[in-house]
Design a protein. Structure first.
Length: 225
């Protein structure tokens, strides 16, 4: 475990009046911030005997360990969990760059439309809250809402294919010609259901919190004419 974690555990034990070799009172919880600004909570559970687990919960990495685990082993295992989370986070965010998105769009364009979409710019945007994606056929650009970064890759691909289809047939709107192109995406029905369910759940939660529903209601387009 890093120095901050070690000091956090020692400080908590001093508060509890425990010596180095004694187990703390239950439940035992230690909070600290690991390198890379990763908030961590260690929970020592009397119910656990051998298993160690970690999950992202309440905006922090929660690591649960057996209460009988000695300090050295605890530090080792917590370090491993932090490293595992850091590696997973890197893998998840590696595809969230604009360069990676452009490569995906080019690959999908070639697969479904023989490269006819040919966008000149494809990137993520954080200020596009009322549509999943947008396409400008005059500028040949595609913009995807950063909200999609938290969704499965095949849902992101579907939105990309949707916007690419607008570049392929720029004056057809969402008419039959456009629909025929979009139907080439094998998981279209599933993606539609996923996005509709997300939209409904998001708005229901916003309503519970007393907020106005943020209308992520479908696919908007910068230019249709």
């Amino acid at each position: 475990m890093n120095w901050l974690a070690d000091q956090a555990i020692r400080g908590q034990r001093r508060k509890e009046g425990k010596g180095r070799g004694e187990m703390p009172a239950f439940p035992k919880t230690v909070d600290f911030v690991a390198p890379d600004e990763i908030p961590v909570r260690i929970i020592r559970s009397a119910k656990r005997r051998k298993t160690i687990s970690s999950q992202w919960r309440d905006n922090r990495l929660v690591v649960q360990v057996p209460a009988a685990l000695d300090e050295k082993s605890e530090r080792t295992f917590v370090d491993e969990m932090i490293a595992k989370y850091r590696k997973g986070r890197h893998a998840r965010t590696a595809g969230h760059t604009d360069d990676a998105l452009e490569l995906r769009a080019a690959s999908l364009d070639e697969k479904y439309f023989a490269g006819r979409g040919a966008p000149e710019s494809v990137r993520w945007v954080s200020n596009q809250n009322k549509r999943w994606g947008s396409a400008s056929y005059r500028q040949r650009t595609i913009r995807l809402s950063a909200t999609l970064q938290h969704m499965p890759s095949w849902v992101q691909d579907y939105v990309l294919v949707h916007e690419l289809a607008h570049l392929v047939v720029p004056k057809s709107g969402h008419g039959p010609e456009f629909q025929a192109l979009l139907n080439r995406f094998e998981r279209r029905a599933q993606a539609d259901i996923f996005l509709e369910a997300f939209h409904a759940g998001y708005n229901a939660h916003a309503k519970e919190l007393g907020r106005a529903a943020d209308e992520l209601s479908g696919f908007g387009d910068d230019e249709e004419q």
